[in-house]
Write a protein that binds this ligand. Structure first.
Ligand SMILES: Cc1cc2nc3c(=O)[nH]c(=O)nc-3n(C[C@H](O)[C@H](O)[C@H](O)COP(=O)(O)OP(=O)(O)OC[C@H]3O[C@@H](n4cnc5c(N)ncnc54)[C@H](O)[C@@H]3O)c2cc1C
Length: 446
């Protein structure tokens, strides 16, 4: 009989694994999920609330895809993993046996023990259920007169943007003294502060949530701020202070846990035939200078691809290339390629350029002296990922990168271009006299 591979989690990592196992083999595959019947794009959740998409549109595959590809889908919560008997206990008492088990169980929003954090009207933004809750809690500004979003990261700013599309006033409570400044260099972080407030958001920097207060019906009525004791009346509280691996159900399983499920580069746990991938996986040591846990879409996809190879007879270590990510801060798109730290690493320096419209900027991290290119953050200007990936591999200097920046510009020809402005600023800062090279399609597709 064909080996039975059971995957817990139907997010990007679990589904990528299943698809690639099917491409390479006839193994029996089952995906179990407690969340939804079918895979959907988590990153598109916001667009459903904002009215740009229906839930159906967020499903990358038609519902018939799974049967056609002989991928069994099971809607259930896995209560426990019994690795000695290679058996799962599902909600409702059902048991399921596996030969190989893939844990692709994702993350959950952090809660830090705030008084009132479980009140009606307090919620995270992670799952389809969270989206449904937000629709019920904040359908319009009559039901929700004000929302408070706690936690200044990528999900927090998405939630703020979502609420604004329904004209719901928002207070955005951010513990740091500038938005996401543990990740973004100060110039960028301050530009995003200004962008947020330009959307009439009540942005409170440097303040912590103290408690969440209930009305007589047990529903949220206000939050209090730790530093000032101020009470802010609200009907919804969004808790978006980061996420952590969703591993509570594995506590007594014998599978080694840290913050996440500990794995080696082959994505193996300490228990034979059990693997972990995606948001829930924690490398013993970060690979290629990357973080041990990476709760991002692309990482889940790459891990899923690598593990499927291993499970179909072609052992493949997870070996991510250069770091990259993308996001959106309201109207400003953000991409990052390579490493740009909030403060340059020892021996490195930053070159920062900002457009006078206050909606576009770049920061380049480079080695001092040699000016070897280490990474770039770009806001409001689209730059080609493949090209930066290549330049990082070729260990180019920042001088080279900026001279060839026209090659990297992804915007159509009729968009404004900023290469000359950027290069002028760089020449002034470093005493160089570089000129932008003409765009070359030959070089781009070399
Ligand atoms: C609002 C939002 C916006 C985002 N935007 C971006 C972005 O722009 N770019 C980016 O790179 N990343 C983004 N992310 C992060 C990205 O979506 C995640 O990194 C990715 O979806 C994780 O995929 P995964 O397959 O590891 O886990 P998940 O997608 O979380 O899937 C895990 C599944 O397992 C299920 N599960 C867990 N435990 C059990 C159990 N015991 N039994 C049964 N089922 C279980 C869960 O219910 C869930 O359905 C965003 C995340 C959110 C929430």
């Amino acid at each position: 009989m064909e080996e039975h591979i059971v995957i817990i989690g139907n997010g990007i990592s679990g589904v990528t694994t299943a698809r690639h196992i099917r491409k390479a083999s006839d193994k029996k595959i089952t995906i179990i999920s407690a969340e939804t019947d079918h895979f959907f794009s988590r990153t598109a959740l916001m667009y459903i609330y904002m009215g740009h998409m229906k839930y159906e549109h967020t499903k990358p595959y038609e519902d018939y895809f799974w049967k056609k590809n002989r991928i069994n889908l099971k809607r259930a919560f896995v209560e426990t993993v019994d690795h000695e008997n290679k058996q799962l206990l599902l909600s409702g008492g059902e048991k399921m046996s596996y030969d190989k088990l893939v844990l692709a169980v994702g993350s959950k929003p952090n809660k830090f023990g705030w008084p009132g954090q479980d009140l009606d009207g307090v919620q995270g933004l992670y799952s389809k259920q969270d989206l449904d809750k937000l629709e019920a809690n904040a359908p319009d500004n009559k039901t929700c007169k004000r929302a408070v979003v706690v936690g200044g990261g990528l999900i927090g700013i998405e939630m703020v943007e979502m609420l604004l599309t329904r004209d719901i006033p928002v207070t955005f409570l951010v513990r740091e003294n500038s938005f996401w400044n543990g990740v973004l260099p100060q110039g960028e972080s301050e530009m995003i502060n200004r962008h947020i407030t330009s959307h009439h958001v009540d942005l409170r920097l440097g303040f912590n949530l103290d408690s969440i207060l209930a009305d007589d019906n047990g529903k949220v009525r206000a939050v209090t701020i730790k530093e000032t004791g101020e009470e802010i009346a609200c009907n919804v509280v969004g808790l978006t202070a980061g996420v952590s691996p969703n591993v509570a159900f594995l506590k007594d399983s014998g599978i080694e846990l840290g913050r996440g499920i500990k794995v080696n580069p082959m994505l193996e746990t300490n228990i034979k035939d059990i693997y972990a991938i995606g948001d829930c996986a924690e490398q013993h040591e970060g690979i290629n200078g990357r973080r041990p846990i990476e709760a991002v879409w692309y990482t889940g996809r790459m891990m899923g691809e690598a593990l499927a190879q291993t499970l179909t007879g072609n052992p493949t270590a997870y070996n991510p290339g250069h770091w990259f990510n993308s996001a959106k801060f309201m109207d400003i798109e953000y991409q990052t390629y390579g490493w740009v730290f909030s403060k340059p690493k020892d021996g490195n320096t930053h070159f920062h350029w900002m457009h006078k419209d206050d909606n576009k900027c770049i920061t380049i991290e480079m080695q001092e002296g040699t000016r070897k290119f280490v990474g770039i953050n770009n806001f409001g200007i689209r730059l080609r990922h493949e090209l930066f990936d290549r330049w990082l591999t070729e260990e180019r200097t920042t001088d080279y990168v900026l001279e060839h920046l026209k090659d990297a510009n992804f915007d159509p020809e009729f968009y404004s271009h900023y290469e000359k402005d950027i290069l002028d600023a760089y020449n002034a800062a470093y005493g160089t006299s570089l000129a932008p090279k003409k765009k070359s399609w030959k070089r781009i597709f070399a």
